[in-house]
Structure formats: structure tokens, C-alpha cells
Write a protein that binds this ligand. Structure first.
Ligand code: HEC
Ligand code: HEC
Ligand code: HEC
Ligand code: HEC
Ligand code: HEC
Ligand code: HEC
Ligand code: HEC
Ligand code: HEC
Length: 447
């Protein structure tokens, strides 16, 4: 009778201990789960002001809006003229410099979403509310970056860019450039592509290769971008037209495949709801039946892609079962604070084993698999999603090539392992060749 209570008692002790531990990990000089393992660069305050901004103290005094403008007209004339041209300067009670930055020059602030939200409740509310869709979403983006294991494990110089893109969560001037804050700018695709580009998320490349992107490139400069994103106002859609329809400050509310990281069933009732949202949007300009067909084509492309990924995964898992991966997990540096990795070193293969973070301290064949999965596959997804047919072909051609390469490497590794076992009775270990070394030590000491 007493024994069933034991797990309950253990749970009662473990849960608070778990919370206390997470709380402790967040108490360091950095931010997020690994805050005790890194410290911020001085520049970080500009990307994540709430956590890191420190006001300069060269200028002393408390100033009124007009004084700010007078002095800054000389120091930063571009900022003042942009502000003058903005709606903020032209409303009845101008939103002056101090409204966003505060009036005490030794305690300036950089306005975070919360500050803008004081006057723009609707956009701020929508922005915040996106958290309920989980990752990925703009509001959670900073958390995602600093909580990624490779963010803390790699040299700062190599990961400084992460927070610049992921700062879409910590300030409102990602799509609205300061100090103009002109919605016409935010509606154009250029507002998104500083961040939505590059091999794991080639949104810009695929969009500009699509029929929509081509039309934008040919005629977009002649369109009236001061009009809101609504039916009838634009001939072809830009990014925001499709992802922020009606000016809604959320991008995750229609996402079916999300980033494309995991295989999903696109036909669950929940996904039917999302699909209906997409079809309604496309129906601003196309027949609903046709739009639904395009989305099914995308699903079919995904099914094909996952078949290939699973084929590669099987090859790697078989090789792992035969101890053929070299160096093996226990022979390479574990991620910081990854206790499981230390106690039970295991090559993580596939999404559910945590492959998402494992892409640089791995063996060559695992790296190939990662590139197939993260670059070729995700590229093909974005091409299918955005209507870039050549991009779909190219992505699948690369995946086919990778699958073949991984197969050939696996055969070779298996042959070598078997030959070695036959000759010496065991597989040779690389010693601490990978466990120590300039790169690893430098990171541990200097992050
Ligand atoms: C007498 C001139 C003067 C006045 C008045 C003045 N500033 Fe500045 N401001 C400067 C100078 C100089 C800098 C460069 C940084 C420094 O030396 O502190 C600066 C920097 C800034 C920065 C950038 C801080 C950073 O970290 O990059 C902001 C924001 C700013 N001022 C806002 C204001 C606001 C708001 C007011 C009015 C409340 C104001 N300034 C009034 C001279 C002035
Ligand atoms: C609507 C809000 C808003 C108003 C009004 C505003 N700013 Fe800013 N300002 C910002 C934002 C947002 C940033 C970027 C903060 C960051 O990097 O995190 C910024 C940055 C700055 C900087 C840092 C330099 C830079 O661009 O990197 C200076 C200087 C500055 N503002 C001066 C001014 C002055 C002077 C005025 C008045 C003419 C003014 N600001 C009015 C929102 C505002
Ligand atoms: C003190 C209040 C206040 C703050 C703080 C403020 N705004 Fe505004 N904002 C306004 C007002 C008022 C308008 C004009 C609204 C209108 O025309 O209906 C406006 C208009 C805008 C517009 C539309 C401009 C246009 O040309 O139509 C944008 C975009 C905007 N703000 C963004 C921001 C961002 C981003 C921040 C934070 C960096 C911010 N605002 C901070 C009051 C504020
Ligand atoms: C400053 C960088 C930045 C800008 C500008 C930006 N984004 Fe993003 N966006 C991100 C990041 C980072 C993520 C991933 C967030 C995460 O990891 O949770 C993201 C995620 C997304 C997603 C994925 C949502 C999902 O559920 O899968 C969509 C869609 C999106 N953004 C659309 C846009 C559009 C449209 C624009 C322009 C109007 C834009 N973004 C501008 C950085 C940016
Ligand atoms: C060029 C801008 C950019 C840079 C630099 C960048 N990211 Fe991202 N990141 C994005 C975008 C955009 C997405 C979402 C793409 C989508 O939904 O298609 C994303 C997605 C992610 C995701 C997966 C999102 C999720 O919630 O599942 C993680 C984790 C992530 N980034 C971490 C990082 C880390 C760590 C770095 C630095 C090594 C980094 N990012 C650098 C723009 C960027
Ligand atoms: C991912 C890009 C993106 C981000 C981030 C973003 N905006 Fe916007 N914003 C837009 C677009 C696009 C429009 C134009 C919407 C339309 O046409 O209705 C817009 C319009 C606005 C407007 C004008 C609305 C109107 O009807 O005139 C305000 C105010 C505004 N944004 C405030 C904010 C605030 C506050 C934040 C931060 C919480 C923010 N924005 C972050 C893309 C963005
Ligand atoms: C014609 C409408 C359309 C345009 C224009 C468009 N997209 Fe998409 N986008 C889609 C569709 C449809 C998907 C697949 C959605 C899904 O899986 O639910 C998608 C997927 C995405 C995703 C993955 C997250 C998600 O929502 O599934 C990101 C990020 C993204 N697009 C960003 C962009 C950017 C940035 C641009 C501009 C360079 C852009 N898109 C232009 C329709 C569009
Ligand atoms: C604002 C209007 C608009 C919206 C919204 C829109 N499209 Fe289009 N779309 C166009 C135009 C215009 C063309 C080019 C037609 C041509 O070349 O004659 C086009 C072309 C296409 C094409 C190329 C094939 C063809 O018929 O030329 C595809 C595929 C497509 N759209 C899919 C979509 C999907 C899927 C959505 C919703 C996620 C969507 N579109 C939303 C206006 C739109």
C-alpha cells in the first residue's frame, strides 16, 4: 500500500528541484538556459535591450523633445530628418524622442516591443499572442536562439549573427526601419529578407523565383504601397500579404509544416483549419479549388522528401548499431550542460533524437546527413511552398546525390570497421584527439 506513494513523493521532490535548477541556470551573465556559460558582447544591448542595454553617460541632463531634436540635428541629422518625415512627428501631439528613449540622457532606453505597445496595443497584443502557436514564431525567436546548444558552444564570433536575426522578438524595428516607421516599407518583401534568407530558410530566393516574385520585380515599384494589405489593393502578393494578412502582427497562425523540421500529418482536423486559412487567402486572387490543389502539391513534395530522409536515417542508424560511426559520440566534445550526452554519449540521428542541434561536432557522414536534411530538404520545402518549381527540382537532385553519397560512405565505414575488428579484435579509438584541442578549449574559456 505504501509503495505506490514512492513515485509520488519522488515526483514531489524532483519537480521543484527541476524548477529551481532551471531558475539557477538562467541566473548568469548571459541570457536563457545557458546563461552561466557565456557573457554578452557590448553590442548585444542593441539587439536585446531589455537584458543588456546600458545607456552611455557622456551627456548629462534631462531634456525636452525640442532640445533632443536641436542637439541631434547636428550629431545624427539622418535620424532627425527621418523622424520629421514620420507619422510620429506629424500627429497632433508628436511622439518625440523622449517618448521612446526617455528624457534623462544618462538613463536612456531603447524602446522594446513593450514600449511601442504602450501606444500600439493592437499590434503589440497580436505580437505577444503569437506565443500560443509555439516555436517557431517571432515573439519567441530570441529564446530559441540563445537556448540553442550550439549558440553557447561555438566561438562568439561565429554566432553573433544569431541574435541579430532573432531580435525580431526583442524590438519592433525589424520590418519598420527607424526612424521613419513607414508601413509602406514593411509591406514590401525587402522588409523580411535580411533575415529570411540563407540555406536553411531560402524564403527570398524561392519567392523571387516564383510567379509572384517575378511580377513584383517587374512591376512592384509602380504599386501603391501606402495601401493596406487587403484584397484588391495588390496585383501579386509580397511576403507580408501572405503571412501577415490584413496587417495581423503574427506569422505563425496559418503554418502547417512550420519550419519544415518535423514530419507531420497535414490532414489532421487541426491542419484542415490552417489549410482553410491559406485557401481563403489565396482566394483573394485565385480559385479556391486551384489554391487547395497547390497546397496538396506541397504536401506531396514533403512526403517524397521524408521518404528520402528516412532512407538516409536508416543507413545511419544501422551503422550506429554496428559501432561504425567515427569519431563516435563519446569521442567528441559534449554540448555544455548536456548531462545526458555525458552520461550516455549517443549519436543523435533524426529529429526525435535531437538532431536539430547536432551539426558541427559530428562525424563526416552525419554532417552530410545534416546538410541533406537541413539545407537540401528545407530548401526544397520552401521552393514548393513558394511556387519555385526549379528550386524543388534542384533540392531533390541534391538530396538524391546526398543519399547516394551517404550510402557509399556507410559501406566504406562498415568495411573498415570489420577489417579492423578482424585484425585487432576491436575498433581503434581516436583518443582525445577530438575531445580537446584549440577550438574546444577556446570556447570553454572565452564564451
Ligand atoms: C547636448 C546634446 C544632446 C542632447 C540635448 C541630447 N542628446 Fe542624445 N546624444 C548626444 C550625444 C553626443 C550622443 C552620443 C553618445 C554619448 O556621448 O552619450 C547621444 C546619443 C543618444 C542616443 C544613442 C544612445 C546609444 O546607446 O547609442 C540616443 C537614443 C539619444 N541620444 C537620445 C536622446 C534623447 C531622447 C534626447 C532628449 C531627451 C537627447 N538624446 C538629447 C547628444 C545629445
Ligand atoms: C517611435 C519610437 C522612437 C522615436 C520617437 C525615436 N526613436 Fe530613436 N530609436 C528607436 C528605436 C526602435 C531604435 C533602435 C533601438 C535598438 O537598436 O534596439 C532607436 C535608436 C536611436 C539611436 C541609436 C542610433 C542608431 O540608429 O543605432 C539614436 C541616436 C536615436 N534613436 C535618436 C533619436 C532621436 C534624436 C529621436 C528624436 C528625433 C528619436 N530617436 C526618436 C525608436 C524611436
Ligand atoms: C507615445 C505613443 C507612441 C509610441 C511610444 C510609439 N508610437 Fe507609433 N504611433 C503613435 C501615434 C499617435 C501614431 C499615429 C497613429 C495614427 O495616425 O492613427 C503612430 C503611428 C505609427 C505607425 C504608422 C505610421 C504611418 O505612417 O502610418 C507605425 C508603423 C508605428 N507607429 C510604429 C511604432 C513603433 C515600432 C514604436 C516603438 C519603437 C512606436 N510606434 C512607438 C504613437 C506612438
Ligand atoms: C529581424 C529578423 C526577421 C525579420 C525582419 C523577419 N523575420 Fe520572420 N522570423 C525570424 C526568425 C528568427 C524566425 C524564427 C523564430 C524561431 O526560431 O522561433 C522567424 C519566423 C518566421 C515565420 C515562421 C513561422 C512558423 O510558424 O513557422 C514566418 C512565416 C515569418 N517569420 C515571416 C516573416 C515575414 C513575412 C517577414 C516580413 C514581413 C518577416 N518574417 C520578417 C526573423 C525575422
Ligand atoms: C539570417 C538570419 C538568421 C540567422 C543569422 C540565424 N537564424 Fe535562426 N532562424 C532564422 C529564421 C528566419 C528561422 C525560421 C525559419 C522558418 O520558419 O522557415 C530560424 C530558425 C531557427 C531555429 C529553429 C526554430 C524553431 O523554433 O524550431 C533555431 C533553433 C535557430 N534558428 C537558432 C539559431 C542560432 C543558434 C543561430 C546562430 C548560430 C541562428 N539561428 C542564426 C533566421 C536566422
Ligand atoms: C514581421 C514584420 C513586422 C514586425 C516585426 C512588426 N511589424 Fe508593424 N507592420 C508590419 C506590416 C507589414 C504592416 C502593414 C500592415 C497593413 O498593411 O495593414 C505594419 C503596420 C504597423 C502599424 C500601422 C498600422 C496601421 O494600420 O497603420 C503599426 C502601428 C505597427 N505596425 C506597429 C508595430 C509594433 C508595435 C511592432 C512590435 C510589436 C511591430 N509593428 C512589428 C510588419 C511588422
Ligand atoms: C503566395 C503567398 C506567399 C508569399 C508571397 C510568401 N509565402 Fe511564405 N509561405 C507560403 C506558404 C503557402 C507556405 C507553406 C505554409 C505551410 O506549410 O503551412 C509558406 C511558408 C513560409 C515559411 C515557413 C513557415 C510557415 O509559415 O510554414 C516562412 C518562414 C515563409 N514562408 C516566409 C516567407 C517570406 C520571407 C516571403 C517573402 C520573401 C514569403 N514567405 C512569401 C506562402 C507565401
Ligand atoms: C494578391 C493576389 C494573389 C494572391 C493573394 C495569390 N496569388 Fe498566386 N498569382 C497571382 C498572380 C497575379 C499570378 C500570375 C498570374 C500570371 O502569370 O498570369 C499568380 C501566379 C501563381 C502561380 C503560378 C501559376 C499560375 O497560375 O500562373 C501559383 C502556383 C500561385 N499563384 C499560387 C498561389 C497560392 C498557393 C497562393 C496562396 C498561398 C497565391 N497564389 C496567392 C496573384 C496572387
Amino acid at each position: 500500500m505504501r509503495y505506490p506513494l514512492i513515485p509520488v513523493i519522488v515526483a514531489l521532490a524532483v519537480v521543484p528541484a527541476g524548477f529551481a535548477y532551471v531558475h539557477w541556470t538562467k541566473g548568469g551573465s548571459g541570457a536563457g538556459l545557458y546563461s552561466r556559460h557565456w557573457s554578452p558582447d557590448p553590442g548585444q544591448g542593441y539587439w536585446d535591450p531589455d537584458n543588456f542595454y546600458q545607456s552611455p553617460n557622456g551627456v548629462q541632463g534631462v531634456f525636452q523633445g525640442q532640445q533632443c531634436i536641436q542637439c541631434h540635428e547636428g550629431i545624427t541629422p539622418g535620424i532627425v530628418s527621418d523622424w520629421r518625415a514620420s507619422r510620429h512627428a506629424r500627429v497632433q501631439e508628436p511622439v518625440d524622442c523622449a517618448a521612446c528613449h526617455g528624457d534623462d540622457h544618462q538613463h536612456l532606453r531603447l524602446p522594446t516591443p513593450h514600449v511601442c505597445g504602450g501606444c500600439h496595443e493592437k499590434q503589440y497584443g497580436e505580437f505577444r499572442d503569437e506565443a500560443r502557436y509555439g516555436f517557431p514564431s517571432h515573439v519567441l525567436a530570441m529564446q530559441r536562439a540563445v537556448d540553442a546548444k550550439h549558440f553557447v558552444d561555438k566561438p562568439k564570433a561565429e554566432v553573433q549573427a544569431c541574435i541579430q536575426c532573432h531580435s525580431v522578438a526583442t524590438k519592433c524595428d525589424s520590418c519598420h526601419s527607424r526612424h521613419r516607421f513607414d508601413p509602406a516599407e514593411a509591406r514590401r518583401p525587402e522588409a523580411c529578407i535580411t533575415c529570411h534568407s540563407g540555406p536553411p530558410h531560402p524564403d527570398d530566393e524561392t519567392y523571387f523565383a516564383s510567379a509572384h516574385g517575378r511580377l513584383y520585380l517587374a512591376e512592384g515599384n509602380g504599386w501603391d504601397w501606402s495601401k493596406p494589405l487587403r484584397k484588391g489593393n495588390y496585383k501579386a502578393p509580397g511576403c507580408a500579404y501572405c503571412h501577415m494578412e490584413g496587417g495581423r502582427h503574427q506569422v505563425a497562425h496559418k503554418s502547417i509544416w512550420r519550419f519544415g523540421l518535423r514530419e507531420i500529418n497535414p490532414h489532421t482536423s487541426q491542419n484542415q483549419v490552417l489549410r482553410a486559412r491559406w485557401v481563403a487567402l489565396c482566394s483573394d486572387c485565385h480559385e479556391a479549388v486551384q489554391a487547395a490543389q497547390w497546397l496538396s502539391d506541397m504536401d506531396r513534395e514533403r512526403e517524397r522528401a521524408w521518404d528520402k530522409l528516412y532512407a538516409a536515417e536508416d543507413l545511419l542508424k544501422d551503422l550506429r548499431a554496428d559501432d561504425g560511426l567515427y569519431p563516435a559520440a563519446g569521442e567528441r566534445p559534449p554540448y555544455p550542460m548536456d548531462w545526458l550526452d555525458r552520461l550516455w554519449p549517443r549519436e543523435r540521428i533524426g529529429f526525435f533524437e535531437g538532431q536539430a542541434s547536432a551539426f558541427y561536432n559530428v562525424s563526416a557522414i552525419e554532417r552530410d546527413y545534416f546538410e541533406m536534411w537541413y539545407f537540401d530538404n528545407l530548401g526544397a520545402y520552401k521552393a514548393a511552398a513558394h511556387g519555385d518549381s526549379a528550386g524543388v527540382e534542384a533540392g531533390h537532385a541534391r538530396m538524391n546525390g546526398m543519399l547516394e553519397k551517404i550510402g557509399a560512405q556507410a559501406r566504406k565505414l562498415r568495411e573498415l570497421t570489420n577489417a579492423e575488428r578482424k585484425a585487432t579484435g576491436k575498433r581503434s579509438a581516436p583518443g582525445d584527439l577530438w575531445l580537446s584541442g584549440a577550438y574546444t578549449e577556446h570556447n570553454r574559456e572565452h564564451n
